[in-house]
Design a protein around this ligand. Structure first.
Ligand SMILES: [Zn+2]
Ligand SMILES: [Zn+2]
Length: 345
């Protein structure tokens, strides 16, 4: 019998045997090939989530082969290689009609409202298919690479919101996989200087492949460092890719006039406040935006960008593990010494 990693309760994950689900009208049965571990999988493991009712199979950065289609599924056939965008918009609300599906009032998500990819098989719900969440994988892209389309999609959304442009100096706080994707994407857009800052030397060393200027902000004064590189102008775009109020506060010292700051990482819900010098925004005409998730279209763009070879996607895959190693994978990902761990069920 096929297996699934079932989160039965907080910090209680079990590998269970399960019948192969059969797709109902409008649904797809997916044979999961790759599902990458994300920081939010670790958070959910320890703390649960307001949208999760246990037991639940988590995992939302995923790709696979269509094993079977339900009745009324027209655009897909058995054997199609697909990546599934996990955030499912309703397609009907004000924000969906605006084209801002990541802000959908009725957003549902795979791995939260529906079972996700840490399983040999999963059902892709009808509403996901109807709203364009199932993207065919370009031929030159393998399943592990395709599973990383989701984090890249969020990064694309973030840089559109930040308005990264040709000639910009882009400063990214946090050199994890998300920070590295930001660095590579900004370079592709035509940013002339891209700076990646972190406080952990090991992460800075791992980020060398991005070609960004790297800096250990524990050892060096970041404000001085950025000032030297930019002749005192500071960074046009600051992307805070860590969930830290301190980093958010510091970002206002690092932004150029008319520049933008992106709070890409969220703060813990018990302590969501930061003290900001808002005069920087007033006198400098700069702005702050946030980023939450991505749309189905961003996911398709991410797959095409991976296919183009302009993101060095293999550098993000540090380790592959089997389904019965999910727990081990979560623990290892939590230590933040590797980029991404991909589960191959
Ligand atoms: Zn994720
Ligand atoms: Zn909606």
């Amino acid at each position: 019998m096929p297996k699934a990693a079932v989160l039965k309760d907080i910090e209680n994950l079990e590998i269970l045997e399960r019948d192969i689900p059969s797709p109902k009208k409008g649904e797809i049965l997916l044979k999961v090939k790759s599902c990458a571990i994300c920081g939010t999988d670790i958070k959910v493991f320890h703390h649960g989530h307001k949208h999760i009712v246990f037991p639940r199979v988590t995992g939302h950065e995923l790709s696979g082969i269509i094993e079977k289609v339900g009745t009324d599924v027209e655009q897909y056939i058995e054997g199609d290689r697909v990546a599934v965008a996990p955030a499912i918009p309703c397609g009907q609300c004000y924000y969906c009609r605006k084209g801002w599906q990541s802000m959908c009032d009725n957003l549902k998500a795979i791995g939260y409202h529906f079972d996700g990819g840490f399983a040999e098989y999963m059902i892709v719900p009808e509403i996901a298919i109807r709203n364009g969440c199932v993207n065919k994988i370009p031929e030159s892209v393998n399943f592990d690479q395709a599973s990383l389309a989701e984090p890249l999609a969020c990064v694309i959304n973030g840089q559109q919101l930040s308005r990264v442009e040709v000639g910009d100096t882009v400063l990214i706080l946090g050199a994890g996989p998300i920070g590295c994707l930001h660095a590579e994407l900004a370079k592709n857009t035509g940013a002339t200087k891209v700076i990646l800052a972190d406080v952990v030397q090991q992460r800075i060393d791992m980020a060398a492949f991005t070609g960004a200027i790297t800096v250990n902000s524990k050892e060096k004064d970041l404000k001085k460092f950025v000032a030297e590189i930019t002749d005192g102008r500071m960074a046009d775009r600051v992307i805070v890719a860590v969930g830290s109020a301190e980093a958010q506060e510091q970002s206002l010292e690092l932004v150029a006039k008319r520049g933008s700051i992106n709070f890409f990482g969220g703060l813990p819900k018990e302590s969501p406040f930061a003290r900001l010098n808002t005069n920087v925004l007033h006198y400098g005409e700069s702005f702050i935006t946030g980023t939450h998730g991505s749309t189905p279209l961003h996911n398709q763009m991410a797959l095409e960008l991976i296919a183009s070879g302009r993101i060095k996607i293999n550098n993000y895959i540090s380790k592959k593990m089997k389904l019965d190693q999910v727990l081990e994978g979560l623990r290892e990902a939590e230590e933040r010494k590797v980029m991404k761990i991909v589960i191959n069920p």
